[in-house]
Design a protein around this ligand. Structure first.
Ligand code: ZN
Length: 201
């Protein structure tokens, strides 16, 4: 299991709800937190590790010692958005690329946690931004989609570098070609659950 780079097809795949909270999901979530901390991130979505499911993890502190800040959002729905706010963002699937992104300042989100408890929360500030960034991922968007053309032009060369890195990984056999990856994503999505050994791959 590893963090995929843009343009791995998982990042554009229409993610589906996960059908059960089981050991495979718990192990995957734990591994996602580890990968996120190793990469100095504050959030990681399932499709960033090549899974076609609607869930993501966050820790706005980015500090593995602050376990109380860890949150898992399973089958989330953002039900309302308010206001507007601009802040710099980066993404573990587009390493070392940063740009200011405008987003709603306040959101209401419904989601399940790992215990199967659902909750509805109203959030604002940095955590609301992190959640919206991750929510975009499971909807098949990346933060660069939200930039105007001038801002996008400024980082375009860097995006191409990352894309080249991903194509090299495919050429080296780390990943199969895009058609095979998409077929694998469709097959996994159709089962509604994470393969039992996924976290160990
Ligand atoms: Zn991201």
């Amino acid at each position: 299991m590893r963090i995929v780079l843009f343009p791995h097809p998982a990042l554009r795949f229409p993610s589906v709800d996960i059908q059960r909270i089981d050991d495979a999901l718990r192990a995957t979530v734990q591994r996602m937190f580890e990968l996120m901390y190793e990469s100095k991130g504050v959030g990681l979505a399932a499709n960033q590790v090549g899974l076609p499911f609607r869930f993501f993890v966050i820790n706005p502190s980015g500090d593995p010692a602050q376990k109380d800040q860890e949150q898992v959002f399973i089958n989330p729905i953002i039900t309302s958005k308010r206001g507007s706010d601009i802040h710099e963002e980066g993404c573990l699937s587009l390493p070392k690329i940063y740009s200011d992104v405008e987003r709603p300042a306040e959101i209401t989100i419904d989601a399940f946690d790992l215990n199967g408890q659902s909750s509805k929360r109203k959030l604002k500030g940095f955590i609301a931004r992190v959640i919206q960034h991750e929510y975009d991922h499971i909807e098949g968007f990346i933060f660069t989609d939200r930039l105007d053309s001038d801002a996008h032009d400024e980082i375009y060369a860097e995006i191409l570098d990352v894309a080249e890195q991903f194509r090299r990984q495919q050429a080296e056999g780390v990943y199969p070609d895009d058609d095979t990856l998409i077929a694998q994503l469709q097959a996994t999505a159709a089962t509604g659950r994470i393969p039992a050994d996924f976290a160990a791959t």
